[in-house]
Design a protein around this ligand. Sequence first.
Ligand SMILES: NC(=O)c1ccc[n+]([C@@H]2O[C@H](COP(=O)([O-])OP(=O)(O)OC[C@H]3O[C@@H](n4cnc5c(N)ncnc54)[C@H](OP(=O)(O)O)[C@@H]3O)[C@@H](O)[C@H]2O)c1
Length: 272
Amino acid sequence: MSIYDASVYQRGFGTFPLIGEKLSQAVHVALDVGYRAFDTAQWYGNEGVLGSALSEARVLRHDILVTTKVHPENMDDSRFLPSVERSLRDLRADVIDVLLLHWPPGDGPVEPSLELLQEAHRRGYARHIGVSNYTTAMMRRAKAFLDVPLAVNQVEFHPLLDQRKLLGASLETGIPLSSYCSLARGEIFKYPVLSEIGDRHAKSAAQVALRWILQKGVAVNAMSTRPANMQANFDVVDFSLTPDEMLQIDGLTVANYRISNADVVPYAPTWD
Ligand SMILES: NC(=O)c1ccc[n+]([C@@H]2O[C@H](COP(=O)([O-])OP(=O)(O)OC[C@H]3O[C@@H](n4cnc5c(N)ncnc54)[C@H](OP(=O)(O)O)[C@@H]3O)[C@@H](O)[C@H]2O)c1
């Protein structure tokens, strides 16, 4: 399955913080709903459960797209490639569909870990490579440094955070964005404008937020443990927000609500 099949990749299922039987059940429901893109990471400690749940599924592995991410502690010469080989085994995959660097090295130079990522691609360990939590300046440096184009920069992206600079850098560098914490872990529900807009389309506030992200040209990774929410988060391609509604939601970004700050994640760079 290709990352360029937008109908698959734009609606990904996030797996953090699910582990064990809870993850296994969620994956089976998600596949029944129609999800074919799954997001995991070495850090989540759930690649093995995801790999076995996908191998038990009736859906062909060829039709599924798995993204995983290299843990920041594995981004050195001795640990990087062995960690990717472990991910391949745990995911029961011949090749990782999308391999990301989970975090940049704070504000440090990005080139050493990008070189390791590129080497994993050269060895055939990954079909596509990408990054996560890169700033605009890092996107430009990556574009200048790499021979292989980056398939994605996965970033915090939701209606309560102004990410226009990242969208601009995405257009400029050709590196697409995908979102995490697309519902700001529930914080968006404090803003009634989302459900007011949703009422006009017979959709929920969550669906409006996800639709707003898609209409920005950004892929979504949504996580839910509830079948009804999984279904709702998937049913976001059968309606459109008007330009006026998009602008109203843009107005919420003044909240400047960011989850992934340095006090939560020690690897976080200075956001630009
Ligand atoms: N690259 C990175 O650094 C990074 C960082 C964080 C996350 N991620 C990825 O992004 C994925 C999503 O982020 P996230 O899970 O942290 O945040 P999120 O998607 O903003 O929020 C998840 C929460 O929203 C609730 N929810 C989901 N759908 C809903 C709906 N339709 N209506 C009401 N509530 C709903 C879920 O509860 P219920 O279970 O009750 O539905 C869950 O508690 C993660 O699973 C992970 O794969 C990546």
